[in-house]
Design a protein around this ligand. Structure first.
Ligand code: NAP
Length: 285
C-alpha cells in the first residue's frame, strides 16, 4: 500500500488547520501517510525549489500552497492546469506524466460549498447578480468560479486598478467595478454578496466590509470567505436581519478535499473532515 506524504507551503503557518483536515481524510479513507508544514520565507526561492525537487523525486506525493506563495511558485512548476492558468495562482502541486503540475482547487471548492449553502430559491434565478467585495488572491478564484457558473459578477474594491486587472484577466469583456466605499446604489438587485477581504478576521472581529447603514435587499445571501471566527460580524449582522449567511469553513474543507482527491484518488467524507476542525479556535489556513 502506498504511503502518501503530503504537506503545505506557506509563511507563516503556525495555526494551520490543514494537517488536522488532511490526516483525518487519510484515516477516513483507510490510507497511510502524513501532512507536514513547510514554512518557507517569501524571499527563500531556493527553499521553494528544493521542496519541489522532493515532489519530482516522489519523496513528497503532493503539496498545498498558501499565502504568500500561490503566485511565487508558478515559475517552478512545469505546467498549470487551465483553471490555475486562468486564475493566475495555484494551491495544489503534484507530479504526473513526468511533469510537475500546478492546479487550483479554491475555485471549485468555493463553488461546491456555495451550492450547498444557497437555497433553491436563490438558485432558481436565471439572471443571478453577485457582488464580490475585494480584489486580492482569493477574489481571483471566487470571480473565476462565479463567472464560469453564469453569474453576473460585479467587483467592489478599494483599488480600482487591481479590480480592473482581475476582471480583464478572468472575463474577456470587462466586469462592472465599483468603489467599496459607494455600495448603497449597487446592492438593490443583488442575490448574493461574497466577502473576500480580511475585514472581520480574528483578531479584528468587530469589523465588517459593509457599512452599518447599508440597506440590503430582503433576499440577498451573504458568503464570507473568512472562517476565523466561525461567525463574523458580517454574518452575524446578516443573520440578525433574517438573511441567509455563512462563513468560509465549508470552502476550506472542499478545497482541501479536492486536492486530496487529486493526490490519492480517494474521495474523503466532507462531514468527517469538517467535524475534525469545527471546534478549533484559531486558524489562518
Ligand atoms: P489578499 O490577497 O490580501 O486580498 C484581500 C483583498 O481585500 C484585497 O483586495 C485588499 O485590498 C482588500 N482589503 C484589505 N483590507 C481592506 C479594507 N480595509 N477595505 C477594503 N478592502 C480591503 O487576501 P486573500 O488571500 O484574498 O484572503 C482574504 C480573506 O479570505 C482572508 O480572511 C482569508 O483567510 C480568507 N480566505 C478563505 C479561504 C477559505 O477557504 N475559506 C480561502 C482563501 C482566503 P488591498 O490590495 O487594497 O489591500
Amino acid at each position: 500500500m502506498p504511503i502518501f506524504h503530503l504537506g503545505l507551503i506557506g509563511y507563516p503557518l503556525e495555526h494551520s488547520l490543514s494537517p488536522k483536515i488532511h490526516t483525518t481524510a487519510l484515516s477516513a479513507c483507510g490510507l497511510k501517510g502524513d501532512y507536514s508544514l513547510f514554512s518557507i520565507h517569501p524571499d527563500d526561492k531556493q527553499g521553494l525549489k528544493d521542496l519541489l525537487t522532493r515532489v519530482r523525486s516522489g519523496d513528497i506525493t503532493g503539496l498545498n500552497v498558501t499565502i504568500p506563495h500561490k503566485q511565487n511558485v508558478i515559475p517552478f512548476v512545469d505546467d498549470l492546469t487551465p483553471t490555475a492558468k486562468s486564475i493566475g495562482a495555484l494551491n495544489t502541486i503534484y507530479f504526473r506524466h513526468n511533469k510537475l503540475i500546478g492546479d487550483n482547487t479554491d475555485a471549485a471548492g468555493f463553488l461546491a460549498d456555495l451550492k450547498k449553502f444557497l437555497t433553491t430559491e436563490t438558485r432558481r434565478h436565471g439572471d443571478a447578480h453577485v457582488l464580490v467585495l475585494g480584489a486580492g488572491g482569493s477574489a481571483r478564484a471566487v470571480v473565476y468560479a462565479l463567472f464560469n457558473d453564469g453569474w453576473n459578477v460585479k467587483i467592489a474594491a478599494r483599488k480600482i486598478e487591481q479590480a480592473q486587472q482581475l476582471a480583464a484577466s478572468i472575463a474577456s469583456d470587462q466586469l462592472p467595478i465599483t468603489k467599496i466605499e459607494n455600495l448603497q446604489s449597487q446592492v438593490s438587485n443583488l442575490h448574493l454578496i461574497v466577502n473576500t477581504t480580511p475585514l472581520g478576521m480574528s483578531p479584528n472581529v468587530n469589523q465588517s466590509p459593509l457599512p452599518e447603514n447599508l440597506s440590503l435587499p430582503r433576499h440577498v445571501s451573504i458568503y464570507d470567505l473568512i472562517y476565523n471566527p466561525r461567525e463574523t460580524k458580517l454574518v452575524r449582522d446578516a443573520r440578525s436581519l433574517g438573511l441567509n449567511a455563512t462563513t468560509g469553513l465549508g470552502m476550506l474543507i472542499e478545497q482541501a478535499a479536492l486536492s486530496f482527491e487529486i493526490w490519492t484518488g480517494h474521495r474523503p467524507s466532507r462531514e468527517v473532515m469538517r467535524a475534525s476542525v469545527e471546534q478549533s479556535p484559531v486558524s489562518n489556513h
